[in-house]
Design a protein. Sequence first.
Length: 298
Amino acid sequence: MDKKLFWREFWIMWGLGVAAGAAEAYIAKLPVTPLAHYLFLKSHELHGSSLAGLEGAEIVLELAITVGVGLLAAHAVGLGAPILEAALRGERDYPNLSSLLVPTLLVGLIVGAFSVTPDLPVFHPNRQAAHRDAEKILNSPAGAQLSEKLNRFAGPPLTAGSSALLDVTGAISGALDRLLWISGIAWLLMRIRRDAPGPASRGVLWATILIVAAIGAVFYFTSHAAGNAAMLSAIGNLLIPSDPRWIVAARGLLAVLPGSIGLGWLYTRRGLESTIVASLVARTVQHVLVVLVVARFH
């Protein structure tokens, strides 16, 4: 492994990740890292500067581990950021941009289209009843207290500029997570199989993509279950019409699997830079479809 190339890549990716994390925290005006967020939920009156310092330390340390381990694993299994690496080596022959552009745009369009399917009416048969019950709750004597609780954790409203910036930071953060998880699990699978050193096989990469997608789905359902439990507790465990479990499961899988599998495949075939561009394309398509299609059903 070229140590000089590794460290140059590390500082560039780590710097981008820290900038993205700091921008997300600044826009949200709320803790975005796990420990700081947990402490904020436990005691939202924790001193702001102390919380910001903890959050900054989390961002710096977490990204150092993510980028460092991810790059080591990526170099070991033949993955990474081919355009960045070619530039750092001083090579004039970059990867063929046309071979990168077509799959990048296709994956971005497909992932963006799938991202709005969980909001379609077929997956929300009780939406109108839920809206009516929500209005009753908000107009009840406890509604003002509930609104105050929710606003405390909502953060400021997003502008068009801050929303666009969050799209960029989200694409960068997602790419770095992919660098760690896909590269790391592919390396582990190769060690388990006792494969010879070198690039991972197609079978190993596909198994890795599916494993990472499954982990993402488990995390999605777990976090949403915890969020729903917290919401029910906040509104006094009032009964709100719920959808059948299979519909809830289908919504969750559509929210996670297309993006995880599509962008994971793109990373293994075209590199980290292509996943950032595809993610931005997907987010743009999502915004357009929300305005043109989904908004009509609300």
